[in-house]
Design a protein around this ligand. Structure first.
Ligand code: MN
Length: 487
């Protein structure tokens, strides 16, 4: 006959139906005599990921739920919510708590071992942990009600440990007209047509910052699960947030449907039809150590070793020294182009470095919109083409007109946005040849992106096609993209 559970376990038993959950019922068993009491840290993927910290004492497991995990560093204290005592037999529980049961989700053992008690009162518990992962002195102390804090009293276990940076401006590439001549020194990747984003992962939580260090985490809720997938590891990833079109090809235009949304309900709704994905291509920091000084090949090796693969994120492989193959593939897939990254190069934040080259299949250029020409035929009375330009030495240079690439939605948006910007005179200060007669001018405030085949000698774009408005860049920053010499 099993003995009834200890009285401290009444709350534990009340929350659970032991016919449905594989968790132990807490029927008392004779505990194995060990010299030191045991502890366990269970990683629990419940509605919110947390770590359950449990200490064996007086026949039960005294327990705290720690939302951000056991702090590795005395400089960061973590909240620890005191929860009901659990039965001793829970100490080796791992498995799946079924949907509908209390605490539904996967439980794994993150750490286990023995501990020594230095102090134990109702409001403060000081212990020395001897775990497989965690060793050292910790104190838990009550702050208010069930809220406690857990603090590491010893220096970090890893003496070289550094705090994780919280703002890194990503490294950028120079535009190159062709593949580098010494292809064998480069790793080649696809160029993803989306928005650059750096992911900071710590305590099972994701923080996503744009290139301009704007926090965009809330805009892409599907990426939150990356934090949970990474668990207690700390890392900074560099990549691109993309959305794919009907053809399965990354489309900046598609992503624009998500970029501007701020309202949670709008975001949730749009997520259903325009989901995003995070394409990860670099690792900047891992578990207390910056990886930026390491060579590209070494960073990529570490990144691939992390095996980050989920429904909404992936780490596409790179090709060492296979530029032509990669370019062919990117053309077939109708991608924007490829990136060439020096295999031996370090990561230089905020630098536009020629260790990274972007080689585009089509030329692309951001443009300032300075007016429009009315259309003819079925576009009569609407926008026929846009007058576009870019800045050069303080001038706004007229670069021609773009009359294709518009969707009906784009035209409506352009008409609505250009109407209040109307002005009488041309905003272009250099125009050779000048804008056509009949042009309607506007304040040079809107920024768009066009694709085209080549630059003319006079600085105009040949065969431009409109790709969409860009709301992530001020008009004054729009300059002509410069090629660097082929290496
Ligand atoms: Mn739990």
């Amino acid at each position: 006959m099993p003995r009834p559970p200890a009285p401290q376990l009444a709350e534990y038993a009340k929350k659970r139906d032991f016919k449905k959950t594989p968790e132990p019922s807490g029927e008392a068993k004779k505990a194995k005599p060990t010299k030191l009491p045991r502890f366990v840290v269970q990683q629990h993927h419940a509605t919110r990921l947390h770590w359950d910290f449990r200490l064996e004492r007086d026949g039960v497991l005294v327990s705290w739920a720690v939302p951000r995990g056991i702090p590795p560093d005395p400089k960061q204290n973590h909240l620890a919510v005191h929860v009901e005592d659990h039965p001793l037999s829970y100490i080796d529980f791992h498995g799946e708590i079924p949907e509908g049961s209390y605490g539904a989700g996967r439980v794994t053992i993150w750490d286990e071992g023995t501990y020594e008690t230095l102090k134990w009162s109702d409001r403060e518990v000081m212990v020395v942990l001897h775990g497989k992962r965690v060793q050292g002195r910790y104190v838990l102390f009550q702050t208010r009600g069930k809220d406690w804090m857990i603090h590491r009293m010893d220096p970090p276990q890893d003496p070289g440990r550094e705090p994780m940076p919280d703002r890194i401006v990503p490294m950028t590439a120079k535009l190159a007209p062709d593949l580098p001549r010494d292809q064998e020194r480069y790793g080649f990747e696809y160029k993803w047509d989306g928005i650059r984003a750096v992911a900071y992962l710590s305590g099972g939580r994701l923080r996503l910052l744009s290139r301009s260090l704007e926090d965009v985490t809330f805009r892409y809720p599907e990426l939150r699960a990356l934090g949970e997938a990474v668990g207690a590891q700390e890392m900074i990833l560099d990549g691109e947030v993309i959305a794919v079109n009907e053809k399965g090809r990354p489309s900046f235009e598609r992503l624009q449907e998500r970029m501007g949304l701020v309202n949670e309900r709008d975001i949730k709704r749009k997520m259903q039809t325009v989901p995003v994905a995070y394409v990860i291509f670099d690792l900047l920091f891992l578990d207390g150590h910056p990886t930026m000084p390491l060579a590209y090949t070494e960073r990529r090796r570490l990144l691939e070793g992390l095996q980050l693969k989920g429904k909404f994120w992936q780490v596409p492989p790179y090709q060492a020294g296979e530029g032509e193959t990669m370019r062919e593939a990117s053309r077939k897939l109708e991608m924007e182009g490829i990136m060439a990254k020096r295999l031996d190069s370090a990561y230089h934040p905020a630098r536009r470095s020629d260790a990274w080259l972007k080689i585009k299949n089509h030329l692309r250029q951001e443009v300032v919109i300075g007016g429009w020409l009315p259309g003819e035929g079925h576009r009569e009375g609407r926008i026929g083409s846009l007058l576009i330009g870019y800045h050069r030495n303080g001038d706004l240079v007229y670069a021609g007109k773009v009359g294709t690439g518009f969707t009906d939605r784009m035209l409506e948006e352009l008409e609505a946005k250009l109407r209040p910007l109307r002005r009488d005179s041309s905003p272009f200060t250099t125009a050779e040849p000048p804008p056509p007669k009949g042009a309607i001018f506007s304040e040079p405030e809107l920024v768009g992106e066009v694709e085209f085949t080549e630059w003319t000698r006079t600085g105009q774009m040949r065969h431009p096609s409109f790709k969409g408005l860009r709301n992530d860049k001020p008009a004054k920053d729009v300059v002509r993209e410069q090629y660097i010499a082929s290496r």
